[in-house]
Design a protein around this ligand. Structure first.
Ligand SMILES: Cc1ncc(COP(=O)(O)O)c(C=O)c1O
Length: 388
């Protein structure tokens, strides 16, 4: 067991590791077997089977994930979307009501708008910056409050402390998507959230080469999530789990480099004459800077910007960058650049996009771990080409 006083660098390397490992192995091996022999009298719940997320490789990964979020338990899932849906499917029954942030990741938003009604749930989207509006949105059937640590693509940070206080007063289960922050920058369970989940596809794995998710929290709630996953069939395959555990070992190093790169790039961009706006919570100009500085240990590797030349210049910037890839997704070691209206938010109704400030000219950057000087130099040369 590792104490929370150890640094994230140490926890990422040593947390959850078996010492000694099987056969003395320093690296925990892949147990790819679907099933394991059963001792007479073994309870059904103690069977080792991959879909039940109970094989040795899965248990190892769960321990590692739990340590990183300071959780009693963790369970890995087949994707970030499985990690987003399993907690909701575990805490909500037909007839229940959910309070949800009005700025959720597109997939989570679409899950609610497409499936909640069929499941017998109702929901209300609320502004996570306006605590005074939450009580009137709550109904006697409200059971849970769903939010994200840092939202996409404007990098807003909601009133997370107030959400926890409100939910505790009202007896609601709090569920938070911590994908954008990663446990290096924010630890939701220590802040009082009940369940936290990740698209481990992003920062946790960090190498843009697998799809996975995970849910962390107290033993009782994670146990419920795990049973839901067993029924819906959303466990993570041990091969992908091996890669994820390998990625986790460098999490702290990667995320700190990404924090530094995003801060350097945000400062450079905010002083550039072609740039009209930079959205990064580390900048004093960001509307959430003050409370983000209190909540977070780092401001993350994601930023977005608008150019004076509008959507045409935004497209020109994407054409002109040389170092980063023009691609959606985020959290990998390579810088990724995208226009959210053409990728992550393409499915959203234009009026909803407009309301949330996701305009045609917006460019989102997921900073990688390249040197900050090279990253800035690349944006500098690209911006020269799109001069208005
Ligand atoms: C914040 C957030 N949550 C959840 C997801 C879903 O993750 P996955 O694609 O691994 O299912 C994503 C994917 O982009 C995301 O950005």
């Amino acid at each position: 067991m590792h104490s929370n006083s150890e640094s994230m660098e140490t926890l990422a390397v040593h947390g959850g590791e078996r010492r000694p490992g099987p056969e003395g192995s320093v690296v925990f091996p892949i147990y790819q077997g679907t099933v394991f022999s059963v001792e007479p009298g073994t309870d059904y719940h103690d069977i080792k089977y991959i879909r039940l997320s109970s094989t040795p490789s899965q248990n190892y990964l769960h321990d590692k994930l739990a340590v990183l979020e300071g959780a009693e338990e963790a369970v890995a899932t087949a994707s970030g979307m499985a990690a987003a849906t399993a907690p909701l499917l575990s805490v909500l029954r037909a007839g229940d009501h959910l309070l949800a942030s009005d700025c959720l990741y597109g997939g989570t938003h679409d899950f609610l708008t497409h499936h909640a009604e069929d499941l017998g749930w109702s929901y209300t989207f609320v502004d996570v910056h306006r605590p005074e509006t939450w009580a009137s949105a709550r109904t006697p059937q409200t059971k849970a409050f769903l939010v994200e640590t840092i939202t996409n693509p404007l990098m807003r940070v909601g009133r997370l402390r107030e959400i926890v206080e409100f939910a505790r007063r009202e007896g609601l289960v709090t569920v938070i998507d911590n994908t954008f922050a990663s446990p290096v920058n924010f630890r939701p369970l220590a802040a009082g959230f009940d369940l936290c989940f990740h698209s481990a596809t992003k920062y946790l794995n960090g190498h843009s080469d697998l799809v996975a998710g995970c849910v962390m929290g107290g033993a009782e709630l994670v146990g419920r999530v795990r049973r839901t996953l067993n029924h819906f069939g959303g466990s993570l395959d041990p091969h992908a789990g091996f890669l994820l555990a390998r990625g986790l070992k460098t999490l702290a190093l990667r995320v700190r480099a990404q924090n530094d790169n995003a801060m350097t790039l945000a400062r450079f961009l905010s002083e550039h004459q072609e740039v009209a706006e930079v959205n990064y919570p580390g900048l004093l100009s960001h509307p959430d800077h003050a409370h983000a500085a209190e909540l977070l240990s780092g401001f993350g590797g994601m930023l977005s910007l608008r150019l004076r030349g509008g959507a045409e210049a935004a497209e020109g910037l994407l054409d002109a960058v040389r170092l980063g890839y023009v691609a959606p997704s985020l959290g990998g070691v390579e810088t990724l650049i995208t226009r959210p209206v053409t990728t992550s938010h393409a499915g959203m109704h234009p009026e909803d996009r407009e309301r949330l400030g996701i305009t045609d000219d917006l460019v989102r950057v997921s900073c990688g771990i390249e040197s900050p000087e090279d990253l800035v130099a690349d944006f500098e040369q690209a911006l020269r080409k799109v001069q208005s």
